[in-house]
Design a protein around this ligand. Structure first.
Ligand SMILES: *Cc1c(COP(=O)(O)O)cnc(C)c1O
Length: 279
C-alpha cells in the first residue's frame, strides 16, 4: 500500500477474524469466560442484549448453539418489518428474539420474565469483568510490537488489550461511535491500571455507527485488492482507514511496529447492497 511505505511505519495485522467462522474476532475471546461461568453454574439459558446490527448477538447465538445452551436476544428497538441479516442469522442459530423499545432499553426496563433466576445474562457487547478478562487473552507476540490499534465499540476489547499488553507498549482505540461521551469512563472502569493513559481516537465513524460512504467502501476495496485483507463497513474498514490516515498525519513514528487487530465482524457486510464490495 502506498500509504504504508511512505513513512516507514511497520504494520502487521492480527487476523482474529480467522478464529471461528461465526464467533469471529474479539467476540470469541469476550464470550469465553461468560460461557464457562454459565456452564459452571449449570445454567441452560443465556440472555444477551444488542441492536439489530450487533455482531455480538450472532456470535452469542452461534456459540450457544454449539455448546448446547438456549439463547435469548433482547433487541434494542421495536420489531422491524424486515429483519437485518444479523437478526436472521441469530434466529438461524436458534436465538429467541425479544424486541424492546429504545426508551425502555436505555432505562434497562426489561420484561419481568427475563429476571428468571435460571437465566445467565451477558451484558451488551460482552462489556464487563469477564469480557475484559477474555479480551486480555487475545494472543500475539508481545515483544514484537510497540503499538496495537483496535476498533472500539463498548471499549471491552481495548481495555482487555491494555490489561494484557507488555510494559511500555501502547494501545490505540479507534472509536466507531459519534458522540459516545461515556466511552472513556466505561473503558477506564475495566482497566487494572486505572491511571493508565487512554489513547482513544475519535472522528473516524463516517457519520455514525454502521454508517458508510462511497469513500469508505472504495478504501475497503483497494485494501482487499492490494493486500487480500477483507474488512467490514461497521468496524474494521474504518479501523484500517484510520490507520492509513493516521500514518499520513504522522501519528506513528518511522520504524514504529504497529499491530492492527482485525477484530472480525465480516458478517456485517451482508447488510450492504449487493455489488458494493469486490470480496
Ligand atoms: C464487537 C466488535 C468490536 C467492538 O468491540 P468492543 O469490545 O465492544 O469495543 C470491534 N470490532 C468488531 C469487528 C466487532 O465485531
Amino acid at each position: 500500500m502506498p500509504w504504508l511505505s511512505r513513512y516507514g511505519v511497520q504494520v502487521s495485522v492480527l487476523r482474529t477474524d480467522k478464529v471461528h467462522p461465526v464467533v469471529s474476532g474479539n467476540k470469541w475471546f469476550k464470550l469465553k469466560y461468560y460461557l464457562e461461568e454459565a456452564n459452571r453454574l449449570q445454567k441452560k439459558d443465556i440472555v444477551t442484549y444488542g441492536g439489530a446490527y450487533s455482531n455480538h448477538l450472532v456470535a452469542t447465538a452461534a456459540a450457544c448453539q454449539q455448546l448446547g445452551f438456549k439463547s435469548i436476544g433482547v433487541i434494542r428497538g421495536e420489531e422491524p418489518k424486515h429483519y437485518s441479516h444479523t437478526l436472521k442469522d441469530a434466529l438461524g442459530y436458534g436465538m429467541a428474539l425479544q424486541f424492546i423499545s429504545r426508551e425502555q432499553y436505555r432505562r434497562k426496563q426489561w420484561p419481568n420474565w427475563l429476571t428468571d433466576s435460571g437465566f445467565y445474562h451477558i451484558p451488551t457487547g460482552g462489556y464487563g469483568p469477564l469480557g475484559v478478562q477474555g479480551a486480555a487473552t487475545i494472543p500475539y507476540e508481545k515483544d514484537k510490537f510497540d503499538t496495537l490499534v483496535c476498533a472500539v465499540g463498548t471499549g471491552t476489547m481495548l481495555a482487555g488489550l491494555m490489561n494484557g499488553k507488555a510494559v511500555g507498549a501502547k494501545v490505540v482505540g479507534i472509536s466507531m461511535f459519534k458522540n459516545n461521551f461515556s466511552l472513556e469512563a466505561e473503558t477506564r472502569a475495566l482497566l487494572t491500571d486505572t491511571a493508565a493513559t487512554l489513547h482513544l481516537v475519535q472522528g473516524y465513524h463516517f457519520g455514525g455507527y454502521a454508517r458508510f460512504t462511497p469513500e469508505l467502501l472504495g478504501f475497503m476495496n483497494d485494501l482487499y485488492a492490494q493486500t487480500g485483507v477483507p474488512t467490514d463497513f461497521v468496524y474494521t474498514g474504518k479501523l484500517f482507514y484510520a490507520v492509513a490516515d493516521l500514518i499520513e498525519k504522522r501519528y506513528f513514528s518511522g520504524g514504529e511496529r504497529v499491530l492492527v487487530v482485525h477484530c472480525g465482524g465480516l458478517q456485517g457486510n451482508l447488510s450492504l447492497p449487493k455489488g458494493q464490495l469486490n470480496f
